[in-house]
Ligand binder design. Structure first.
Ligand code: ZN
Length: 195
């Protein structure tokens, strides 16, 4: 399949970057999920002190779950299309805010995940919002390469589920072709989807 290819594919720089990211991910993996980050800048997150402060205030007081994670929905800043749903731990949220590029926490890999580090499909923040009770994040992004899904589609939500009809459920694909070929982009890297 033609189409989009990773700009770093084949280059020494790309290989070194992948090597570096791999080592970095392992370093993160050794850190317990909810462990306090000693490098935390206390000016970014505020403690949650009252419902009024959380709902009506102007401080960022995010609520991370018992697993240390906050859910994130990511949309295309131009089209409004929902691209993906993921999670962030404190460090991912902090790095997203510092760099302007989406960072998540991969539950399957149990590691900080700089979206695009291995594919080149970086997500650049156009806008970031927090919801009423500050336990969910919305990112509106511009995506390098025009695809956010590791399967190769533009959006992770590339199938519709029928409803209101009896009988066997048959999913319908909303994207007729993939934006990129995952085999070309990821090579032999293990698939993050786990059964
Ligand atoms: Zn996906």
């Amino acid at each position: 399949m033609g189409g989009w290819t990773c700009p770093c594919a084949g280059s020494l720089e790309g290989a070194m970057q992948r090597f570096y990211i791999g080592g970095y991910a392992q370093q993160i993996r050794r850190t317990p999920l909810a462990a306090p980050d000693t490098n935390n800048d206390p000016s970014i997150f505020s403690p949650r002190t009252s419902i009024e402060q959380v709902e009506e205030g102007d401080v960022l007081a995010p609520k991370f779950g018992a697993d240390g994670l906050i859910p994130v929905v990511t949309t295309d800043a131009k089209s409004g299309e929902v691209l993906m749903h993921g999670y962030m731990n404190e460090e991912a949220l902090r790095r997203t805010m510092e760099t302007g590029q989406a960072h998540y926490y991969s539950r399957s890999r149990q590691a900080l995940w700089h979206k695009g580090a291995s594919s080149g499909l970086f997500q650049h923040l156009v806008e970031m919002r927090i919801d009423d009770d500050q336990d969910a994040v919305w990112l509106a992004v511009r995506v390098d390469g025009g695809a956010s899904c590791h399967v190769g589609y533009r959006s992770c939500f590339y199938r519709t589920v029928p409803f209101g009809k009896p009988g066997p459920v048959k999913l319908t694909f909303t994207e007729s072709e993939k934006v990129f070929d995952p085999k070309e982009v990821y090579g032999d890297a293990p698939n993050p989807t786990k059964l």
